[in-house]
Ligand binder design. Structure first.
Ligand code: GCU
Length: 352
């Protein structure tokens, strides 16, 4: 498929999706969902391409729901920000115009303060601690429910890897960031982090980043490795620095009224489908990172730089205290994560 054809198809899909949504709104079917052949249509929006681990996880979600409740529900997945950027899609989920959205916690911050915690730089000591905290369903369930007043509830999480800086020029030390314009997610905490490095934070939607780098509006961005390949940023930014500043999960967020409208049996099916989607996503994630690195190096000519992570960490560590002081909603989860970090350190010291 040529770039032009690809663009047209994307444009057509977007048009179709907007029509679906507009029709649902005009006919007043929003909120209680639309019915086709007596089936309730469940709309799920996300920002990634159809080869991304999240899309594959959501296909498993769809399959499980339809296998178990196919007489009542049909799940439709809208990828590539077709229904709008994360911020917009969260609003649609809040109002019930759609039922689910996958959004990074950075995008949830402005709706529910507790999620700011994940934008805190160097929060988790390792990927193992990160995964163990996120997979601790009993604990995370309380966090998920804490956003009920915002009209939505998280039903599961997806691994979105470790975020690192990348740009047109190599970033080898924290000093190299000074004066650079770096795109961040629309998250006050990420803005503060990038500014603390002496760079100028440029918050914008994910879909705008490629062109912004290409046109020199920004010098770089920060994300996991899939941004280079799935989102093609490696075509315009050739240096990727492993400074490992954040592990920001993506969340599958549901409209709360929709969840409350389900019978116990139906709720369980949706919950099980969500858990299954996470298992699939996590497996696919590990594979896709290896593939992405290979493509980035061998096809895009991206150079991966290993750096002194501690040098980066020291610059932004004071943000922990500042964020805790400014947002008491993150305190519990912060302490819980610190305990997990310490337990892992203890394990290592005891000869593990
Ligand atoms: C990742 C993440 C998304 C997020 C995006 C971004 O792709 O999975 O949820 O929106 O980064 O930086 O905007």
């Amino acid at each position: 498929m040529t770039g032009k054809e690809g663009y047209d198809v994307k444009k057509m899909m977007k048009k179709a999706a907007v029509c679906v949504l507009a029709a649902a709104m005009v006919t007043g079917l929003t909120g209680c969902g639309s019915l086709t052949d007596g089936k309730r249509i469940i709309r799920v929006s996300h920002a990634q391409s159809e080869t991304h681990p999240e899309h594959l996880g959501l296909l498993a979600f769809k399959e499980y729901v339809e296998e178990n409740l196919g007489d009542r529900y049909e799940v439709q997945i809208f990828p590539n920000e077709i229904l709008g950027s994360a911020q917009k899609a969260i609003e649609l989920t809040q109002t019930g115009a759609i039922d689910f959205v996958v959004a990074g916690t950075a995008n949830l911050e402005t709706f529910a303060g507790v999620y700011e915690i994940f934008s805190m730089p160097y929060l988790f000591d390792s990927e193992e601690v990160y995964k163990s905290v996120m997979q601790d369903t009993d604990y995370m369930e309380q966090v998920y429910e804490s956003t009920d007043e915002a009209g939505f509830r998280v039903v599961t999480w997806y691994n979105a890897g470790t975020r690192n800086f990348y740009g047109k020029k190599p970033i080898r030390t924290p000093e190299d960031l000074k004066g650079l314009k770096i795109r961040v997610q629309q998250s006050p905490a990420s803005v503060a982090m990038v500014n603390a490095f002496g760079a100028a934070a440029a918050p914008m939607g994910f879909g705008e980043v490629y062109t912004a780098i290409q046109q020199g509006v920004i010098d770089g961005a920060e994300n996991n490795e899939l941004a280079l390949t799935n989102n093609k940023h490696g075509e315009v930014a050739k240096y990727y620095t492993y400074n490992k500043h954040q592990m920001v999960p993506d969340m599958l967020v549901a409209n709360l009224k929709f969840l409350n409208s389900l019978s116990d049996e139906e709720y369980q099916v949706f919950k099980d489908a969500a858990v299954l989607s996470t298992e699939v996503e996590m497996d696919e994630w590990d594979k896709s990172i290896e593939e992405a690195k290979d493509i980035a190096v061998n096809q895009q000519g991206v150079e991966f730089l290993d750096v002194d992570v501690d040098a980066f960490k020291q610059v932004v560590l004071p943000l922990h205290e500042k964020m805790l002081k400014e947002n008491p909603k993150i305190a519990d989860l912060y302490n819980h994560i610190q305990a997990a970090n310490e337990a892992a350190r203890g394990g290592e010291q005891n000869g593990k």
